[in-house]
Design a protein around this ligand. Structure first.
Ligand SMILES: Nc1ncnc2c1ncn2[C@@H]1O[C@H](COP(=O)(O)OP(=O)(O)OP(=O)(O)O)[C@@H](O)[C@H]1O
Ligand SMILES: O=P(O)(O)OC[C@H]1O[C@](O)(CO)[C@@H](O)[C@@H]1O
Length: 437
C-alpha cells in the first residue's frame, strides 16, 4: 500500500542559535526514520503496512528561539488523564534546567485561562513548584472543555509575549491547537504550537498509544477482577463493569485482554442486538447454563443503536442512553421471565480510572514526551505533536492527527484477539434486524 500521508513538520524559520544543551548526541534536523506502520495501531483500515518517513524527536544542535529570551506556556484541556502532571513537570524541568529559559507560564482552566473575562490568573511554573506534582493525579493547572475564539487566545499570547505554547489534551485539544496555529500563521507571528496528545480513551488518530491509557487500563482491571469475584460468589452470578469510552472501546478491549476472566465486552464500534436468536441475552443465557457465572465489560458508548434519538430504551423509558441501566433492566427481566435465579452485581469505577496518578510505564512515557516537546519548540518546529510509534519518539503534524478520531477496527486482528479471549461470538446481531423490542 503506498502512503499518501504528509508527515513533514513545519518550522517557523531558520535555526541560527546554538543549543546550550550539554549532550553526547543531537538529532540531525529533519532526521527521519522509515517506518512500516501497523495500520491497526494507528486507527487505519487493516490493508497492509503503511510505509512512512517520520521525523525523529530529540534535541537539535541549532535552535530557532534564543533560550535566554524565550517565554513558554502550558495549557491542559479536556478530561483528566493520568500523567498530565508528569508532562507538565518534564516540560518545566527541561525548559528551565537544560535550556535555561527565563519563564514557563501555566495557563489555568484550559483555554479559558487565555480569556481575560474569566479572570483566571496565570501561574509561573518553576522547577521548585513542580518538583512533586507527579505524585498527584489530575492537572495542577485545572482544565475546561468550552470553545474559546482562537483570535482571543492569540491576542493573549501576544500580550504575554509567549513564544512556545504546549497544549496537553485529547483530539479536541489538537483541533484547537490547529485553529490557534492557523491564527498565529495568519498574523505572521513567530510562535510555536506543540501538542502533547493525552487521553485515557486512546482515540487520537495516528498515535498508537496516548499517555494515561496504560494506567487507566490497569485501574480498570482492578474493577473487573472484583466483578469476577462477585460473579463467582453466587449461583448464576453476573458481574458487570462499566468503563469510560464514549466513542471508542480501547480501554474496555485492552482491559479485557489483560484479564482473561471477561466473557462479554461491549464497545461502541461493535453493534449488537439484545434479543433474538443471536442477541446478547441469548448468548449470556448459554454462558450461564454452561459455566454458572459471567463477567461483562461495557464501554459507556456501547449499544447507542439500542436507544432512540431521545435516549429512550425499547420500552420508551427515558434513560438518556445509559447502556448499563438498560442492560441491567433487560437482563433481570429476561431471567425473571424464565424463572431463573441470577445475581447481578454492577461496578462503575467511573472517574477513578482517570484521576489516579500515572503508573511507572506512563511516568516514563510522559517524561520523554515532555522533554521532546521542549526540544521541538526550541528548534522552531510548530503545528505538530510529539508521540511514540514502534518504540521511537517522533514528531507528527497536527494535520495528520486531527484528520479523524481513532476508533477500534472490528475487522482487525486486535479485536479478533479480544473475541478469542472472551469467547463471545464475532457478531451478536440478528440476521433478521427487527427484534430489538
Ligand atoms: N474542532 C475544534 N476546534 C477548536 N477547538 C476545539 C475543537 N474541538 C475541541 N476544541 C476545544 O479544545 C478543548 C478540549 O476539547 P475537548 O473538551 O473535546 O477535550 P479533548 O481534548 O478531546 O480531551 P478528551 O479526550 O479528554 O475529551 C476545549 O476547550 C474545546 O472547546
Ligand atoms: O465527564 P467529563 O469530564 O466530561 O468526561 C467524560 C469523558 O471523558 C473521557 O474520560 C475522556 O475523553 C471519556 O472517556 C469520558 O466519556
Amino acid at each position: 500500500m503506498s502512503s499518501s500521508y504528509d508527515t513533514r513538520i513545519e518550522t517557523i524559520g531558520p535555526s541560527k542559535v546554538t543549543s546550550p544543551l550539554p549532550l553526547w548526541r543531537y538529532i540531525e534536523d529533519r532526521e527521519t526514520v522509515p517506518m512500516n506502520l501497523d495500520p491497526e495501531m494507528i486507527g487505519e483500515e487493516p490493508n497492509g503496512p503503511i510505509p512512512l518517513e517520520i521525523e525523529v524527536a530529540g534535541p537539535r544542535s541549532n535552535l530557532f528561539f534564543d533560550p535566554s529570551k524565550t517565554k513558554c506556556a502550558i495549557v491542559t484541556c479536556g478530561g483528566l488523564c493520568p500523567g498530565i502532571n508528569d508532562v507538565i513537570r518534564a516540560i518545566v524541568m527541561e525548559a528551565h534546567h537544560n535550556y535555561k529559559v527565563p519563564s514557563v507560564l501555566g495557563i489555568r482552566f484550559g483555554l479559558q485561562g487565555f480569556i481575560p473575562s474569566y479572570g483566571h490568573p496565570v501561574e509561573e511554573l518553576t522547577p521548585d513548584s513542580v518538583s512533586h506534582i507527579h505524585e498527584f493525579g489530575g492537572t495542577i493547572l485545572s482544565s475546561s472543555r468550552g470553545p474559546q475564539p482562537p483570535e482571543d487566545i492569540v491576542d493573549a499570547m501576544e500580550r504575554m509575549n509567549i513564544s512556545i505554547l504546549f497544549m496537553i489534551g485529547g483530539d479536541g485539544t489538537m483541533k484547537a491547537a490547529q485553529a490557534i496555529q492557523q491564527e498565529v500563521a495568519r498574523r505572521g507571528n513567530k510562535m510555536s504550537i506543540i501538542g502533547v496528545p493525552k487521553t485515557i480513551d486512546n482515540d487520537v488518530h495516528f498515535v498508537s498509544k496516548t499517555f494515561g491509557f496504560d494506567t487507566a487500563v490497569e485501574k480498570a482491571t482492578e474493577a473487573i477482577g472484583c466483578a469476577h469475584a462477585e460473579a463467582l460468589g453466587a449461583p448464576n452470578g453476573i458481574g458487570m463493569v462499566k468503563l469510560m469510552g464514549r466513542e471508542s472501546g480501547f480501554i474496555a478491549a485492552q482491559a479485557t485482554i489483560a484479564l482473561k476472566e471477561v466473557n462479554f465486552v461491549l464497545i461502541p464500534e461493535s453493534r449488537f442486538d439484545l434479543h433474538g436468536s443471536n442477541g446478547f441475552l441469548r448468548h449470556l443465557e448459554k454462558r450461564l447454563d454452561k459455566r454458572g457465572h459471567a463477567v461483562i465489560v461495557v464501554a459507556e458508548g456501547a449499544g447507542q443503536e439500542l436507544f432512540d434519538r431521545k435516549g429512550a430504551d425499547p420500552s420508551g423509558n427515558i434513560i438518556l442512553g445509559d447502556i448499563c441501566s438498560l442492560l441491567r433492566k433487560e437482563i433481570l427481566d429476561h431471567f425473571h421471565k424464565k424463572a431463573q435465579e441470577i445475581t447481578l452485581k454492577f461496578i462503575d469505577p467511573s472517574y477513578i480510572i482517570r484521576s489516579v496518578p500515572a503508573n511507572s510505564n506512563d511516568r516514563v512515557y510522559c517524561g520523554f514526551l515532555g522533554q521532546h516537546a521542549v526540544h521541538a519548540g526550541m528548534a522552531g518546529k510548530t503545528s505538530m505533536v510529539v508521540s511514540m510509534i514502534q518504540d521511537r519518539y517522533i514528531y507528527l503534524p497536527l494535520s495528520l492527527v486531527t484528520q479523524k478520531r481513532k476508533t477500534l477496527n472490528i475487522n482487525s486482528n486486535y479485536w479478533g484477539s479480544v473475541l478469542a479471549s472472551t469467547g463471545q461470538p464475532s457478531s451478536m446481531e440478528n440476521p433478521e434486524k427487527n427484534d430489538n423490542c
